[in-house]
Write a protein that binds this ligand. Structure first.
Ligand SMILES: Nc1ncnc2c1ncn2[C@@H]1O[C@H](COP(=O)(O)OP(=O)(O)OP(=O)(O)O)[C@@H](O)[C@H]1O
Ligand SMILES: [Mg+2]
Length: 400
């Protein structure tokens, strides 16, 4: 809505995440720009959580790439392996032709396979070593900062500065790039350890990261509690002593203390009372502006994300079917599944409610994809719909 910055912070490229025969996420692509709220919407089981978990590297993704701050943090291998298999099959077929130049074909095939194998090696390397590149970048920044400070400092300040420098450098050396992406979960009571105090829960990530200064940790926890609308007296209590809304605030504090650049909020309000939902959304919205956060907001209905999201992606059965700005999606929904989601939203308008009809999406009745296959197409700038050529023409006509 107020996002003029178009720097891509997170790029999801042709992501596939399969669990055996379940294609939880299937060839999904989207970018999240710095500072925006990107809403990911779709019914239960369509692959929203799996997309989020793939981004924070909880899985070795099946296929595709995930880039964060320009660094490839996730890379799947399936597409390369498939390419090799297909090339071998194609080669066999070509060899069968009577006039086949066997030597040339063989050479071509080998070169192709070698290239795919190189890509597989690169993918494995990037997936494993993405933190290293980031750590080097962070350490260089710390060194630069303290070189300057030291040069300006007097004799008496140097010892203290040096101690600070060593501490920050140690943390930079251990910083993992993925900690800059934090996730908030649907059910706060299940995601917060009941045996830990709130202070222990919120500070856990910092301690894992190598922070040892107890005083600094406590100060940060107090700051975080205040930031999310709790008070420092809460720090010594356990999660069961809190309401659902308060627990979600603790979950948010635990994420924000890591100074993330991206927050993946996975249905953070769907377990809460409607009256509390707005409070938690408002808190996320405030934090987004105060801390310059970028948010991937997952929800199963559109009403929750409507006012909060700059852009929205609609998922259906592991695939992205429509992607547009929030405004455009509500004004010109094109994919029948998006229309069906919209028809489920009640409006505070009695006249509209009298005539509101729930549209049920039935893919077999809606599309004939037997010959003309669907792909993601841009119907107008920034508005993408999964459709085949015939549907594309129809959608262009509708938007005229
Ligand atoms: N670890 C796993 N192992 C096997 N199958 C899984 C795993 N995680 C998810 N799935 C399957 O992948 C599909 C997508 O699940 P996912 O949790 O991503 O959906 P969702 O969109 O987040 O749904 P909900 O709105 O209910 O949270 C489902 O069919 C689910 O059963
Ligand atoms: Mg989910």
């Amino acid at each position: 809505m107020e996002n003029n910055n178009s720097e891509v912070l997170l790029r999801i490229e042709d992501l596939c995440q399969y669990f055996g025969s379940t294609k939880a996420v299937n060839h999904v692509s989207f970018d999240v720009k710095k500072g925006e709220v990107f809403g990911l919407v779709g019914e239960s089981g369509c692959g929203k959580t799996t997309t989020g978990r793939s981004i924070i590297k909880l899985y070795n993704i099946t296929s595709g790439n995930i880039f964060f701050k320009g660094i490839r943090i996730g890379a799947g291998l399936m597409s390369y392996r498939l390419a090799i298999r297909n090339a071998r099959a194609e080669y066999k077929e070509k060899m069968a032709a009577p006039d086949a130049d066997k030597a040339a074909l063989k050479k071509e095939l080998n070169a192709f396979i070698a290239e795919q194998k190189k890509q597989i090696k690169l993918a494995k390397y990037d997936q494993k070593h993405c933190d290293h590149a980031y750590q080097q970048r962070q350490m260089a920044a710390v060194r630069e900062k303290y070189e300057k400070l030291m040069a300006e400092a007097g004799e008496s300040e140097r010892i203290a500065l040096n101690k600070e420098f060593k501490n920050e450098l140690r943390i930079a050396r251990k910083t993992r790039l993925v900690t800059k992406i934090q996730m908030i979960f649907q059910d706060p009571s299940a995601s917060l350890d009941p045996r830990l105090t709130v202070r222990e829960i919120i500070s856990e990530g910092l301690i894992i990261q190598g922070e040892k200064d107890k005083e600094a940790i406590n100060k940060k926890v107090d700051e975080m509690l205040e930031l999310v609308g709790l008070v420092r007296e809460h720090a010594g209590r356990y999660q069961h002593e809190f309401s659902g809304g308060q627990r979600q605030r603790i979950g948010i504090a635990r994420a924000v203390i890591m100074q993330p650049e991206v927050i993946i909020a996975d249905e953070p309000v769907s377990a809460l009372d409607v009256s509390i939902q707005a409070q938690v959304i408002n808190l996320l919205n405030d934090l987004r502006h105060e801390l310059g956060l970028t948010i991937l907001f997952i929800a199963h209905d559109l009403s929750v994300v409507k006012y909060f999201s700059d852009r929205i992606g609609v998922m259906y059965y592991g695939e992205m079917v429509e992607l547009a700005t929030s405004e455009e999606l509500f004004l010109n929904p094109l994919h029948p599944y998006t229309r069906s989601l919209l028809s489920a939203i009640p409006l505070p308008d009695p006249e509209y409610e009298k005539t509101r009809q729930r549209i049920i999406y039935n893919p077999l009745a809606e599309h004939d994809y037997t010959v003309d296959k669907p792909i993601m197409r841009e119907i107008k700038p920034g508005h993408f719909v999964k459709c085949n050529e015939a549907e594309y023409q129809k959608y262009l006509e509708i938007l005229k």
